[in-house]
Ligand binder design. Structure first.
Ligand code: ISJ
Length: 249
């Protein structure tokens, strides 16, 4: 490509290590970096206003063409801490569940787990803007990202979806990956991988640049989010995509 490659990244703390090098200007001659929340990154890759996005994996079946352009993404192997169903009552007593408008993957993961794991069937309601003050009584909510880290301090019940998926399947879970809607050269991919790894090797610097009182980011980056998309993660991803197909999500 003789123009710059347009890259859409997620504007949450979970993404900071992956884009630390890019934000420092590494690859600045090759890349235009734009930040948004996940459902908007997905929409932008679908409408081709970006070439590569850190895209919710639930978008994969909707893309005419897709390529994983790196070995890095947003995944977990057990408790993720920033994707949960929050409520004031146990899940069996929940009558309605609000789905986070910023999410594409986790809202469908919640539906799969409610059906197959908890076997509950509340009314499901989409949202378009911040809805956290509606999580009360028997109304629960799926919340993702930094707002979920905050909601942990508010809600009585916190059903972590990374942990629940692991209990259910024994597998890790992939939320998002760097995906393109057109072929990208191997030379670019190699450099992009190195830039992703650059931040992961410098977590102390990343954390110093993003002071956060609500949650211990070192724990978040090393024990919760797992950035490397290895074989087990791809197994978890395949199983999730199978469920999407099976349930028509
Ligand atoms: C772990 C997370 O994964 C995210 C969840 C996504 C989704 O539900 O669509 C998409 C991108 C990731 O940022 C999180 O946001 O906390």
């Amino acid at each position: 490509m003789d123009r710059k490659i347009r890259v859409g990244a997620v504007s949450y703390l979970n993404t900071k290590p992956l884009i630390y090098g890019l934000e420092k200007g590494m690859m600045k001659d090759d890349i235009l970096l734009e930040m948004d929340y996940p459902s908007n990154v997905a929409a932008r890759l679908l409408e081709d206003s970006i070439d590569i996005g850190l895209v919710p994996v639930a978008t994969i079946p909707r893309l005419k063409e897709y390529h994983f352009v790196s070995d890095y993404g947003i995944a977990c192997n057990g408790r993720v801490s920033s994707v949960s169903i929050f409520s004031e009552v146990p899940i069996e007593e929940v009558s309605e569940i609000l789905l986070d408008y910023q999410s594409r993957t986790s809202v469908r993961l919640a539906k799969i787990l409610m059906r197959e794991y908890w076997q509950v069937n509340p009314v499901i309601t989409d949202t378009r803007e911040d809805f956290r003050d509606r999580i009360k009584g028997t109304t629960a909510g799926v919340v993702i990202g930094d707002r979920a880290l905050e909601q942990r301090l508010v809600s009585t019940y916190n059903y972590d979806l990374g942990e629940t998926w692991k209990d259910f399947t024994g597998l890790p879970f992939v939320f998002a990956g760097w995906i393109s809607n057109k072929p990208i050269s191997e030379e670019f991919i190699n450099r992009f991988n190195l830039v992703n790894e650059y931040g992961l090797q410098r977590l102390e610097e990343v954390i110093a640049q993003n002071p956060y009182e609500v949650y211990d980011l070192y724990e978040y980056y090393t024990r919760n989010i797992d950035y490397r998309l290895d074989e087990q993660k791809m197994k978890g991803l395949e199983l999730y995509l199978d469920y999407l197909k099976r349930f028509g999500f």
